[in-house]
Write a protein that binds this ligand. Structure first.
Ligand code: AHR
Length: 332
């Protein structure tokens, strides 16, 4: 009896295993091609900063276009709403979903060690995009893809020097980007280092406008209220804040681009339009169209190839005289 039962059990187990094996092979080969090709896709989880500026929207669109550029890729997107804690949650969720690669555009530079270590432990490679991170162990991410923000600050300062000369007496108002972000830290550093040799250049006002139009306007209104007649130059870490500031300058009764020389970073269409209208003076370009480069570097990483540690995007600079010609070429 005991022996019979055992034989029955063995027989049914063999049958079951055979069936499962059969089922497995049937479903993966017929397994409807769409399912099998779907599961073959490489998935990138993208933890975005937020939607604070025209530049940011252009970057989001560019990176979201990855699956249309290459149908072997899928993209999971998370909007961090300018909060590091949201971005950390997004990365943890990407890890739980076992994505193939994580792209992180970090709102600020520090505070990423723990979560990047978690990604590394899960063997998920990380690419840092646009803004950089400062971590104690460089192996926590594969590479950085984006702009040289310090260089952008240097270029902005050089434009002011070329316009006014080193010995001019200038009162400069600075609209800073999000405090602690690479875009703010690097641009400020590059600008300040470049004007060091200009004895009469003074940063008379400096405050964050968090990279948004609304805050750029609000902060510029406050600058003008307290020191309006003394400001010669506005140095804005991005175009959107400068757009807001231009409104504030006009409402105050001054002519932006004439009474106050304006230089900003990014290169969005709205700012080119304002420059063509004579309301701003110079743009240092920061390229948000990072999708195609992110796709290429992701392919290389997932194919096990070595990639460069720091991949720079191509950028230019534009003066008011170039604006009308360049405007129709702008993609963002
Ligand atoms: O990190 C890039 C900066 O962030 C852009 O200059 C700005 O517009 C954005 O919000």
């Amino acid at each position: 009896m005991k022996f019979k039962k055992m034989m029955a059990l063995v027989a049914s187990t063999v049958l079951c295993v055979g069936m499962l094996a059969g089922c497995g092979s049937t479903s993966s080969s017929t397994g409807s091609q769409s399912t099998s090709s779907k599961s073959d896709k490489k998935v990138i989880g993208f933890a975005q900063v937020g939607a604070e500026s025209g530049w940011r929207t252009a970057e989001t669109d560019s990176i979201k276009s990855i699956p249309t550029l290459d149908s072997n890729f899928d993209l999971k997107f998370s909007d961090g709403q300018q909060k590091q804690e949201n971005q950390i949650k997004a990365i943890r969720s990407f890890i739980a979903q076992k994505v193939d690669l994580i792209a992180l555009d970090p709102v600020v530079e520090t505070g990423w060690d723990t979560v990047l270590q978690e990604a590394k432990d899960a063997k998920i490679p990380v690419v840092i995009v646009d803004r950089n991170v400062t971590v104690s162990d460089d192996s926590l991410y594969k590479c950085f893809l984006g702009s040289d923000m310090e260089e952008e600050g240097k270029k902005a300062a050089q434009i002011v020097i070329d316009q006014f000369g080193k010995d001019a007496k200038l009162n400069i108002a600075e609209l800073q980007g999000t405090v602690g972000s690479t875009a703010m830290v690097g641009r400020q550093k590059g600008f300040n280092e470049t004007i060091k040799d200009c004895p009469n250049y003074k940063i008379v006002k400096s405050q964050t406008g968090d990279f948004t139009r609304a805050k750029g306007k609000e902060v510029m209104e406050a600058f003008l209220k307290s020191d309006g007649d003394n400001i010669n130059v506005l140095w804005s870490h991005n175009d959107d804040m400068a757009v807001g500031a231009i409104q504030a300058i006009e409402e105050y009764g001054k002519q932006p681009g004439k009474d106050i020389f304006i230089v900003s970073c990014d290169g969005i269409k709205d700012m080119f339009q304002l420059m063509a209208d004579g309301k701003s003076n110079a743009i240092v370009e920061c390229n948000p169209l990072l999708g195609p480069q992110l796709l290429e570097v992701s392919k290389d990483i997932l194919d096990g190839k070595d990639v460069e540690r720091s991949i720079k995007s191509k950028e230019s600079q534009f003066l008011q005289k170039d604006a009308a010609t360049e405007l129709p070429n702008r993609q963002y």
